[in-house]
Design a binder for this molecule. Structure first.
Ligand code: ZN
Length: 201
């Protein structure tokens, strides 16, 4: 094997380690699999990643991933723009939508505050949230972060930040299993948690 080939293989293995939960051994196994048995799949993977990098951006209003200026939910005029639900990730929007329990709009933080790592606020899109709330007045802000240590820390940061805004602030009821991440909670339990949300302010 020439040095050049070895370099390309190492480069691929290293690049694969960018994926979550992929260490050196898994990355090597993936690289071998792609090159040995999945060459067509690998071509599609390259094309799909390139297209996504070019086309996928953040929605101007809610910060979720979308391909236009606004996502389908923010562009939907039939939704109740006076109620804004704050969630951690796009998958949480999907969970809420399939539970059919929120007809307002969303804001997606794209992260969470980690209380054991100095609660770095850069991990969530707070500036964009503040701008959103300054531009469009809402009557109720529903904090729908996960029921985990990180979700609780994030909810705390949000409740502190949002006290100055003239809106009612609520959080999902704790009807969910402890350590519950919204994406793993069934639709019925999720809907219940939304209906029974409690006032923070
Ligand atoms: Zn949006």
């Amino acid at each position: 094997m020439s040095t050049k080939n070895t370099d390309a293989l190492s480069r691929l293995t290293n690049a694969l380690k960018v994926l979550p939960n992929v260490g050196p051994k898994t990355a090597q196994r993936m690289a071998y699999e792609l090159l040995q048995h999945k060459r067509a799949g690998a071509e599609e993977l390259v094309a799909a990643i390139q297209a996504a990098l070019l086309q996928v951006h953040h929605c101007r209003l809610c910060n979720t991933f979308c391909e236009g200026e606004l996502c389908a939910i923010c562009a939907d005029k039939t939704r109740d723009a006076k109620r804004l639900m704050i969630v951690q990730m796009p998958v949480d929007v999907a969970s809420m939508e399939s539970a059919n329990c929120h007809d307002g709009l969303y804001f997606v933080l794209m992260g969470q505050v980690n209380p054991t790592q100095g609660a770095d606020l850069q991990a969530i899109a707070l500036d964009k949230l503040v701008t959103r709330l300054q531009e469009y007045e809402v009557e109720e802000i529903i904090i729908a972060t996960n029921f985990t240590a990180e979700g609780d820390a994030t909810a705390y940061v949000l409740s502190q930040l949002l006290t100055d805004f003239p809106a009612k602030i609520t959080r999902l009821a704790r009807g969910m299993p402890l350590g519950g991440e919204l994406e793993y909670v069934d639709a019925g339990t999720l809907a219940q948690a939304v209906y029974e949300r409690r006032n923070i302010k």
